[in-house]
Design a protein around this ligand. Sequence first.
Ligand code: RFL
Ligand code: PHB
Length: 389
Amino acid sequence: MRTQVLIIGGGPSGLLLSQLLEKQGIDTVVLERKTRDYVLGRIRAGILETGFVELMRQAGVSDRMDKECFIHDGTVIAHGDEQFRIDFTALTGTPVVVYGQTELTRDLYDAREASGGKIIFEVENVRIHDATSERPHVTYEKDGRELTIHADYIAGCDGFHGISRQSIPVDVRREYEKIYPFGWLGILSETPPVHHELIYSSSDRGFSLCSMRNENLSRYYIQCSLSDRPSDWSDQLFWDELKRRMPTEYTDRLVTGPSIEKSIAPLRSFVTEPMRWGRLFLCGDAAHIVPPTGAKGLNTAASDIHYLYHALVDMLLDGDAEGLERYSERALARVWKAERFSWWMTSLLHRFPDQSEFDIKMQAAELAFLQGNDHAQISMAQNYVGLPY
Ligand code: RFL
Ligand code: PHB
C-alpha cells in the first residue's frame, strides 16, 4: 500500500491531521494500536483553546461541538478560604471552550468514517524504516500478518508511549523531563457541577480542581500520592477530601453521587527535541507532555497539527518545503511556552512533599500578587486562553 501521509496513532492529534489533510485532497492512512471504543473510553481533556475550536471548524467537524459546548469567560482560583476570578474575556477578549476530548475524538472518528477514511485498528509492532531517505515506509502486524505502507511523509501522533519518538536515534534526540512528586486522582460523576466555572484550589491538604463536561456531568480532581491506587479511594473518601480542599462557600452546594470513572494520572513535564527527523514529524504527546494544571496538553497538540498541516499542504500541493523545514523550530517555540505555563500553575497550586515554610509563604505571596495585580492576571489569562499560533 502507499499513501501521501502515514499517521501513526488514532488519538485526537492523528485524527485531526488526517481530517484536515483529506479535506485538501491529500491521502492519509491512520494506524491505531487499540480499538475505537478503547480510545473513546479514555477520559482526558476538557478545556479547549479557541485556536483548537477553529481548527475543528476548518476540518468541518465542529457542528456538534458548536451546539453542545460551553463557553467559559473565566475561572475561579481559590487559596484557603480566599478566592478570586480571572476574567479571560475581559482581560484578553477570548474565552475558553468546555467540550470533552472523548466527544471531540468521537466527532473526528465519525467524520473520518463518513468520508471513507482509512483507519486501521489493532495494529501491532509498528516500525518506521528509512525516515531520512526519500522513500520512507512503515511495517506493522495485523491479524498475524506483516504489512508495509510506503509514504511521502510520516506523522508520529502515537502519544507518550508510542514508537515514533523512540525511532529517532538517541544521538539525535535531546530529552528534557521533570517528574512531579504527586498525581491527580480524577472522578467523573453524573451530578451537576458545583459552579458554572472551573475552581482551581490550593489548600493546606493539597490541590483540587472542580471541572465539568456538561450540566449533569462533573469532573473533579484531587492531588494524591504517587503510591495511591484508585481502589484506595472509595467515592465517599474522595468527596470528603474534595470538600476539605474547596472554599467552604462551595462545599454545601456540592452534589455528590457515584463515580462513573476513577483514575490516577502522574504529573510530568517532558519535551523531546527536535520534533522532526527526516520525513518523520512528531506531534502532540509523542513529543511533549505537560502536567494537566494549565489544561495545555491537547491544546499544544493542536498547535503542532496546525503547523504540520499547513507545512504538508504547502509541500504536497505547491512544492514549497519551507514549512516542513521549519516545523520543529516553530512547534517547539510554542511548546516551551506551554511547558512554562503548566509548570508555573502546577508549582503555584500544589503542595510539595519537601516544601519548607518559606516555600509555602512564597506560594501564598504569588497567589496574593495574582489576586491583586491586573498585569499578572492578564499574563495568566493570555496563557490560559492560548498564545497565538
Ligand atoms: P494520545 O491521546 O495519547 O493518542 C495517541 C494514540 O496513539 C495510539 N498509539 C499507537 N498507535 C499505533 N502504534 C503504536 N505503536 C501506538 N502507540 C500508541 C494510542 O492508542 C492513542 O490512541 O495523544 P495525542 O493524540 O497527541 O493527544 C494528546 C492528548 O490526549 C493529551 O495531551 C491531553 O489529554 C492532555 N490533557 C489535557 N489537555 C488539554 O489541552 N486540556 C485539558 O483540560 C487536559 N486535561 C489531560 C487532561 C490529560 C490527562 N491525563 C490523563 C494525562 C486531564 C488529564 C487527567
Ligand atoms: C478537565 O476538565 O478534565 C480539566 C480541566 C482543566 C484542567 C485539567 C483538566 O486544567
